[in-house]
Design a protein around this ligand. Structure first.
Ligand code: ACO
Length: 449
């Protein structure tokens, strides 16, 4: 297989990944001008091939250029596998469809972080630990008072997670790290619910140790002190499933941020706080919130799908179809399939008729028949239908991305731990191709006017 990179540079991979056993594909050869460089290959357990260019710079002074890291492997990882062409997503080898149907969020946390499904005794310990570390230090309640009610809960979440480091410092002792991991997952739901209560001016509702993870979050969100609140089982199970679907997604923007920050030796809380900030962008986690605004806008505009598809296709218009398209999935996003099916069931069971679900379905059908979206292989992603479900559960729109962060927490942690334990880990420090001015003499102010 020869891939022509440019007239002066040819790279060939010895062997053919499709028909020749992996053992025979041992190296790539890069021709750069008149020089040839042999580059070793790394082959993953799912037969993905990586051309290892680590030595290239030393030998040739050339770097690889890949803005947005669209085809750059930044690490070897055993956590999550995605096959974007075939819409497959697996955590530690287990398919997302099976986990969403049969597992619980706490079980998936254990699987991602420790690498195996827990035994019943291990799961009991994890559940016990997560419930017994869910309180916030009382001092931290004061932090919430400093934010205006209009503060976006993602800003609050990121700042509060970063602040946890002040209470639970980093340590070399693995037992301390293990405890900090538990604290982070356990306290995240409390921080999330408190930030919501603060935004609506209600008293905080404290965590309860008799409830499971999702039930406890829902009671902290919706219970009112001195009034009885029974967590609806359907809502708790739906939330658990949504958290499972979001739990990891290999080297996406926020996870790479977590690894990038952690590669400097920064502690768990600082690294994850940075990941939360990365997730807050509309092209990433905040897309779920943006989808609802977009659907509401289309509905208020008389449901004119064509107008919005045309806007999305117009290169002079910044409008994009939110919840559509993905860097990796090119046929379908398996998470979106599960969520769409669940949205129908849950809304039906709750007796909710959300007009935005109909708008979403019409928009999806129209986009999937449109040449522009077909050609670019743009499909609904995880965010397209998740907001409809959160709305049905009574979660306010600006909390949607916080829900995503709660789900993604075990994935970020698993990736951070893997990075920290990797003997090959180095501080992340990409190169660039400089395109600015070449060296020139300083111009004194008197000559500039
Ligand atoms: N609406 C209209 N056009 C789109 C969309 C969209 N949602 N997504 C991609 N395109 C077009 C681009 O304009 C580009 O067209 P061109 O080739 O004519 O220039 C082509 O499709 C490829 O798009 P890129 O932006 O190069 O793809 P990239 O992989 O960099 O971006 C992303 C992926 C950010 C998800 C993009 O599809 C997007 O902006 N989608 C909307 C936001 C969104 O839903 N984000 C959530 C992603 S999932 C997650 O993070 C949880």
């Amino acid at each position: 297989m020869d891939i022509i990179v440019s007239s002066a540079c040819i790279i060939s991979v010895h062997g053919n990944a499709k028909s020749i056993p992996q053992t025979r594909m041992d190296k790539a050869v890069l021709t750069l001008g008149s020089e040839e460089y042999e580059l070793p290959l790394t082959v993953g357990s799912e037969r993905e091939v990586g051309i290892d260019i680590r030595a290239l710079r030393k030998e040739s002074k050339a770097v690889t250029l890949d803005p947005g890291y669209g085809n750059t492997g930044s690490c070897e990882s055993a956590v999550t596998y995605i096959d974007g062409e075939n819409g497959a997503l697996r955590y530690r080898g287990y398919s997302i469809e099976e986990l969403a149907q049969k597992s619980s969020f706490v079980e998936v946390c254990y699987l991602l972080i420790y690498g195996e499904l827990p035994t019943s005794a291990e799961l009991d310990v994890m559940k016990h630990n997560l419930t017994h570390h869910s309180m916030l230090h009382e001092d931290m309640k004061k932090f919430f008072e400093g934010y205006p009610p209009s503060a976006h809960p993602m800003s609050v979440l990121s700042a509060m997670v970063s602040s946890l480091a002040a209470y639970y410092p980093d340590s070399e002792d693995p037992a301390d790290l293990d405890l900090n991991i538990i604290r982070l997952i356990a306290k995240l739901k409390t921080i999330a619910a408190f930030s919501y209560k603060k935004s609506i001016g209600h008293p905080y509702v404290y965590p309860r140790n008799d409830l499971d993870y999702s039930e406890d979050f829902l009671q902290m969100m919706f219970a009112v002190p001195a009034e009885e609140y029974n967590v609806p089982t359907l809502l708790a199970r739906t939330l658990d499933m949504l958290l499972i679907l979001h739990a990891d997604h290999e080297q996406n923007c926020s996870t790479s941020t977590v690894r990038m920050v952690g590669s400097s030796g920064a502690d768990l809380f600082a690294s994850i706080s940075a990941g939360i900030s990365a997730l807050s962008g509309p092209l990433h986690g905040k897309a779920n919130q943006e989808v609802i605004s977009m659907l509401a806008r289309i509905q208020a505009d008389g449901g004119n799908y064509k107008k919005y598809l045309d806007k999305a296709k117009d290169k002079n218009d910044p409008f994009r179809l939110m919840g559509f398209g993905h860097r990796v999935y090119k046929n379908f996003d398996p998470r979106a399939r599960v969520i769409k099916k669940t949205a129908d069931q849950v809304l039906n069971d709750l007796g909710i008729n959300d007009p935005l679900l109909a708008v979403a379905k019409h928009l999806e059908t129209a986009a999937l028949e449109d040449e522009y979206f077909v050609q670019r292989r743009l499909y609904p992603n995880v965010d397209f239908y998740s907001g409809i479900l959160y709305r049905a559960m009574g979660i306010p729109t600006d909390m949607f991305t916080v829900m995503f962060a709660m789900g993604r927490m075990p994935g970020w942690i698993a990736q951070w731990v893997e990075m920290r334990n990797d003997p090959h880990n180095r501080i992340h420090r990409p190169r660039q191709i400089y395109t600015g001015a070449t060296e020139r003499a300083y111009v004194p102010m008197s000559e500039r006017d």
